[in-house]
Design a protein around this ligand. Structure first.
Ligand code: SF4
Ligand code: SF4
Length: 293
C-alpha cells in the first residue's frame, strides 16, 4: 500500500487554483527559502510543534512522553527537542492543541476519503484538488498514485511546484494534471543558490519543458523585499517566460509574515523577521511590468 507524509489538508480553499478546492500539503522540500510561510513543510520527517501561548501547563505531556522531552521550570514549559522521537504521544493527549505533529503518514485511500468530502463544491464551482508542499513532486510514487485516484474520480487537479526535481518526476504525472502553479523566485542562479539553497537550472529548464509541451501553467513569483522586489528582477522573470510563450500568465505574491509563529513552534529562528510586506505601490509598480510585456 502506497503512503506519503502529509502535513495538512485544507478544505474550501479559493487561492490554490480555480473554484473551491481541497489543498493537500506534502511534507519535504528541495529548496529552503528563509521566508517560507510553511516552515513545517521544509523537512521530510515528522516534527513536533509547540505553541506556548496555548499551553495551560496541565503536565499531561510530561506524563505521556517516554523520553523526558517536556519540563516545567520556573513556570516555563521547556522542550529538549534533541530527545524527541516524534512518536506523537504528547500531542495526541494535549487538550488545548498546544502540541501538534507536523506530518502524518497517509495512504492514498485516506487522502481520497478527505478529498471526496467536498466533491459537490468542486462540481458547482469548477474547483478540484490542489497538491502543494513543500515540494509535492518529491514524493513522486505517492503523488502519482493519488493523482491517478483523483482522475478516476474525474477531479480537476492542480499542482503547486517550484520545479526543483528531475524532469522524470514531471513526466510521470503529466497525464493527470490540469494546471501547474509554478513558482519562479529569481533568474540570477548564484543569488538563487545563496537564498534558497540550490541553483535554478532545473527549475527553469522544467518550466520551459512544460510550457513547450503546451501544459496549462500560471507562473507565480513570491515578491520578497530586498531579495527580488526590484524592477530588474521581475523584468528578468517576465522576459524569460514570455520569450518561451507570451500567453503564459504571471502572478505576483507579496511576502507576508503569517508563518512566524510556526517557526517559533518548531524551535526555529525566523530569519525573515526584519522584512516588511511590500507596499501597495511596490506591488502596483511590479504588476505593471508583468502586464505590459
Ligand atoms: S499537555 Fe498541552 S496544555 Fe498540557 S502542559 Fe503539555 S503542552 Fe501544555
Ligand atoms: S512526540 Fe513523543 S518523544 Fe516527542 S515529545 Fe512528544 S511524546 Fe515525547
Amino acid at each position: 500500500m502506497i503512503s506519503g507524509t502529509v502535513f495538512d489538508i485544507q478544505r474550501l480553499c479559493v487561492h490554490d487554483g480555480p473554484g473551491i478546492r481541497t489543498t493537500v500539503f506534502l511534507k519535504g522540500c528541495s529548496l529552503q527559502c528563509f521566508w517560507c510561510h510553511n516552515p513545517e513543510s521544509l523537512k521530510h520527517h515528522k516534527e513536533l510543534m509547540f505553541f506556548s501561548e496555548k499551553c495551560m501547563q496541565c503536565k499531561e505531556c510530561i506524563e505521556r512522553c517516554p523520553e523526558g522531552v517536556h519540563t516545567l521550570e520556573n513556570g516555563e514549559h521547556l522542550l529538549d527537542r534533541t530527545k524527541c522521537k516524534t512518536c506523537g504521544a504528547c500531542a495526541s493527549h494535549c487538550m488545548t492543541k498546544a502540541l501538534s505533529m507536523a506530518g502524518v503518514t497517509m495512504t492514498v485511500e485516506e487522502v481520497m476519503e478527505e478529498v471526496m468530502k467536498d466533491v459537490e463544491f468542486y462540481k458547482t464551482s469548477n474547483g478540484g484538488v490542489t497538491f502543494s508542499g513543500g515540494e509535492a513532486l518529491l514524493q513522486i510514487d505517492f503523488l502519482e498514485a493519488v493523482l491517478r485516484a483523483c482522475k478516476q474520480n474525474s477531479l480537476h487537479v492542480t499542482i503547486e511546484t517550484a520545479g526543483n526535481v528531475k524532469w522524470e518526476h514531471f513526466e510521470r504525472i503529466l497525464p493527470h494534471v490540469d494546471l501547474f502553479l509554478y513558482d519562479i523566485k529569481m533568474m540570477d542562479s548564484l543569488k538563487h543558490k545563496q537564498y534558497v539553497g540550490a541553483d535554478n537550472a532545473r527549475c527553469l529548464s522544467n518550466v520551459e519543458q512544460l510550457i513547450k509541451r503546451g501544459k496549462n501553467i500560471i507562473v507565480r513569483v513570491p515578491v520578497i523585499p530586498d531579495i527580488n522586489d526590484h524592477d530588474k528582477d521581475i523584468e528578468a522573470i517576465t522576459n524569460f517566460v514570455k520569450h518561451i510563450n507570451k500567453e503564459i500568465p504571471l502572478e505576483l505574491l507579496p511576502f507576508h509574515k503569517m508563518g512566524q509563529t510556526k517557526y517559533e513552534s518548531l524551535g526555529l529562528d525566523y530569519e525573515a523577521k526584519h522584512l516588511e510586506a511590500p507596499s501597495q505601490e511596490t506591488m502596483q509598480r511590479l504588476n505593471t511590468i508583468i502586464l505590459k510585456k
